[in-house]
Design a protein around this ligand. Sequence first.
Ligand code: SGN
Ligand code: CA
Length: 528
Amino acid sequence: MMHIFLKFLISFLAVISFTSSNLNEEKKENKPNIIFILSDDHTTNAISAYDGLYKDIAPTPNIDKIANEGAILKNVFATNSICGPSRASILTGTYSHINGYYKNYKGGEFDNSLWTFPQELQKSGYNTALVGKWHLASEPVGFDYFKYHISRGQQGFYWDPIYNDNGKKIKENGYATNLTTDFALNWLKKRNSDKPFCLLLQYKAPHREWSPDEKYKDLWENEELPYPDTFNDDYSTRELTAGNTEMTMDYFSRQDMKMTPPDSLSKPEKNKWFSYGFKRNEIVVLDNNISNEENKKLKFQTYIKDYLATIKSVDDNIGRVLNYLKDSKLEDNTIIIYASDQGFFIGEHGWFDKRFMYEESIRMPFVIKYPGLIKPQTINNDIITNIDFAPTILEMAGINSPSSIQGKSFYNNLKSKTPKDWRQSMYYHYYEYPFYHHVQPHYGIRNERYKLIHFYYDIDVWELYDLKKDPNELNNIISSKNHQKLIKNLKAELYNLKEYYTNKLTLDEMRNISKTDFGGLESNKGKK
Ligand code: SGN
Ligand code: CA
């Protein structure tokens, strides 16, 4: 009896494995659809799948669902932690010094004659679309359809946003995260279904000024949310770098704090009133009857609640996309990725914003689902960077990348088959200075355990962190006697990486690039 049962079980399993291998074969013939969802400034510390401080208070069930049904990547890093440059690296698979987009919009314009992965997909028969935040100044190339945020230097608005809809300027009514999803789903419903598709769905949220949807405005109203461990960092070992920024709670504006201006003000006066807080001598006080220390905490509470609430809308809307795929039977052959252009500080070191090579800023969230080809609950810890996205997406679509791009496909890593020669360290370089946020330009190297950084603009400071012993990067051990040999080796490896990625710029040339270019600001005036 047992024998017959076993025989039955074996043939049953054989049928299953045959069907699933057939399914995979079929997938190779039918090109997968791709939905690449990119948000703006979403730190892994605010995604429950990454196990951050707010995981129980503000869970992200839909992002977690992608991770659970596919892979979560724990060490994906931006190579220049700021919006436009990271987007340019994602699209071109190259470093800023190769694609030329070092700083945000007002410091330049992305050269749209460059090769990008959406163009390659379009050329290979994909139907392509971009909806939401673009932020690269020049017109998007490689899309059959685009509808992207304009106004405020292409940052766009949370409420009643204005879009460039295939060349037409359109003001829409409502909340940006919901609207951007509506437009993406509308395009998916109307697309030419004879072709595979690639949709870039790029949310403005949770970018500054962190405006939540009406229904989420008062979530956690009477609660005091927890503070990160380094909230009261006094920068004592890093005063010239970490200690001299414009990213502390002192730099929140009245608009960030959602204060109400007097009725009597004209529109320009109101704008000025709202932007109070940006300069060093302008400090927004929420309550005159409490200490500076208590005011700092109060400001953080407003900030963190608004930030997490905007993420709740992002997560809800990802849920809408997942439901659409399921209902329209597209789930099995669609790759879905969720990432953000860089990380963000949510009170760590007493900061908001990004830019620094410190962990919270460079680590990008990255979860991906590809049914049948990436195993559910895959966890990957390899060092991956934003220049690797383009070749990976193309390889999954069965398309070769040109040899001129610098990134490497991590498709094998996602299948738990990391190549033996996979990189052990990454090269980083941040340029924009002094606006916004006064972060000294720097470059550096990070491997699994150590991080070496050189700040060079108008200071000459090296920092070394042991991420194993000091994960919060509070102790700069550059002068430690025991580490001098390591520092020598890391420096050599850093210069090798710089050479490998062919960054031939001298320190003076790099300083020149860094200068905030007010001429650029003027010359970009009038551009959409
Ligand atoms: C705006 C923000 C800055 C932010 C940059 C870049 N100020 O200038 O706080 O660092 O964008 O952000 S704001 O008050 O005008 O919002 S990025 O994500 O586009 O790089
Ligand atoms: Ca950003």
